[in-house]
Design a binder for this molecule. Structure first.
Ligand SMILES: Nc1ncnc2c1ncn2[C@@H]1O[C@H](COP(=O)(O)OP(=O)(O)O)[C@@H](O)[C@H]1O
Ligand SMILES: [Mg+2]
Length: 396
């Protein structure tokens, strides 16, 4: 498997080289002119269609294609690519060195979010919230800690399923600390050829170390996987070593480094141990789902509609709830319907998919907690009103 992968990787390289060389060899002035004309028409087509990403990709390919036959053109194009991702970045004036890019694709290795960008407070269990606010307080009172020979926590590990606020919490922490958030997505870095990954990783982390910031190592499991998958074992081991060293060497004054992962079980215990504090993020409880439904509704909702939807959305992440609420709001607007009714209908559909034991439990909870009538609860859960009356009697 390893052999297959690395030979694949080599042949990709070879193909690239061959392409460039054959281009260079058959490049009579007429050929070059014809090629450039073709390229120009293609570029005009994607640009006029407003396909911005395709334009960027085209320019990147052209830069690579013309490295040999027209180095000035390639250089100019690379210059434009470099400017482009940072032009919209409000931090540009503050950050002296340019954001590091991948050697081949010229794509930025990092995403930088300015500290003055809005950061919403994630909905969190009280205990998690307390852990995060302590991190902020430690930084704010570093001198008091120092007097007692203590240093603020430098590194955090966020563990939990997708869509529950790990990235959001990192952004919120950065905001609280008035520091830029620098995001290094390891899944993206790992998808580049392994040979370059170590270099990319070092460049990216060095950049973050040189300025006060919160560095988020997102999708950490992509690199820090236990060494039992089918990648090149030696190379992966070296990458893990690079990463762990970087975390160990993280200067206290530089800010905070946060690792985030959806797969805690894939992380080598050696990686876990490197972080000062580990924070677990879980799928939201009923009350947090209710809070999320209210937040994403964009308008006040009756308690009963929220209660029902909160219970019905068992097992969903915050992100699932957000996307659902936004979809319902769009539909309400287009169909000129009120949101509470639409939400109730949606909840009924979700509930219908739950097994009967869950529906019975929901019906029982609803009888106890919300302003819904027995008829509504029965319609929502598919549990007969006779059974519901049984719940009421048992409660009495
Ligand atoms: N705890 C939360 N509170 C409020 N909104 C959340 C929460 N978690 C996720 N979301 C919503 O879902 C989006 C994606 O969440 P994200 O932080 O990227 O999840 P993760 O990093 O855990 O995969 C957020 O931008 C936010 O809109
Ligand atoms: Mg995330």
């Amino acid at each position: 498997m390893d052999a297959v992968r690395s030979s694949e990787a080599k042949s990709v390289h070879a193909f690239d080289r061959k392409n460039t060389m054959s281009h260079a060899i058959r490049s009579t002035p007429a050929d070059v002119k014809a090629d450039l004309a073709d390229e120009f028409v293609h570029l005009a087509r994607v640009a006029l269609a407003g396909r911005e990403q395709d334009v960027t990709m085209f320019v990147r390919r052209a830069a690579r294609r013309h490295r040999t036959d027209c180095p000035e053109l390639a250089e100019a194009l690379i210059g434009l690519l470099r400017q482009n991702p940072t032009r919209a970045n409000p931090l540009r004036a503050e950050l002296d060195s340019p954001i590091p890019v991948d050697g081949d694709s010229r794509l930025p290795l990092l995403r930088v979010v300015a500290p003055d960008a809005t950061a919403e407070v994630p909905i969190l269990p009280a205990e998690t919230y307390r852990v995060l606010t302590q991190i902020v307080d430690e930084r704010k009172h570093a001198d008091r800690l120092a007097a007692a020979d203590l240093a603020p926590a430098r590194s955090l590990l966020f563990v939990g399923p997708p869509g529950v606020g790990k990235t959001m919490a990192a952004a919120w922490l950065a905001h609280q600390l008035s520091l830029p958030l620098v995001v290094l997505d390891l899944a993206t870095i790992m998808s580049s050829l392994l040979g370059k990954t170590g270099t990319n990783l070092r460049h990216a982390i060095d950049y973050a170390k040189q300025r006060p910031c919160v560095l988020l190592l997102d999708e950490l499991d992509a690199i820090a996987k236990r060494r039992d998958d089918d990648r090149d074992v030696g190379e992966l081991k070296r990458l893990v070593t690079v990463l762990l060293q970087q975390i160990d060497d993280w200067p206290t004054g530089a800010g905070l480094v946060i690792g985030a992962t959806n797969h805690a079980d894939l992380l080598d215990p050696a990686v876990w141990r490197r972080f000062d504090v580990a924070v677990t993020f879980d799928l939201p409880e009923t009350s947090q789902r209710g809070e999320a439904i209210r937040r994403f509704a964009g308008q006040p909702l009756p308690d009963a509609a929220v209660d029902a939807a909160a219970i019905a959305s068992k097992g969903l992440s915050f992100n699932d709830i957000e996307r659902t609420m936004l979809r319902l709001r769009r539909r309400c607007l287009l169909e000129d319907q009120p949101l509470p009714g639409m939400l109730a209908e949606h909840s009924a559909r979700l509930v219908a998919e739950l097994p009967r034991t869950d529906r019975l439990q929901l019906a029982q909870t609803l009888v106890g907690m919300s302003g819904l009538s027995q008829r509504q609860i029965s319609a929502l859960t598919g549990v007969s009103r006779d059974t519901l009356r049984g719940f009421t009697h048992r409660r009495e």
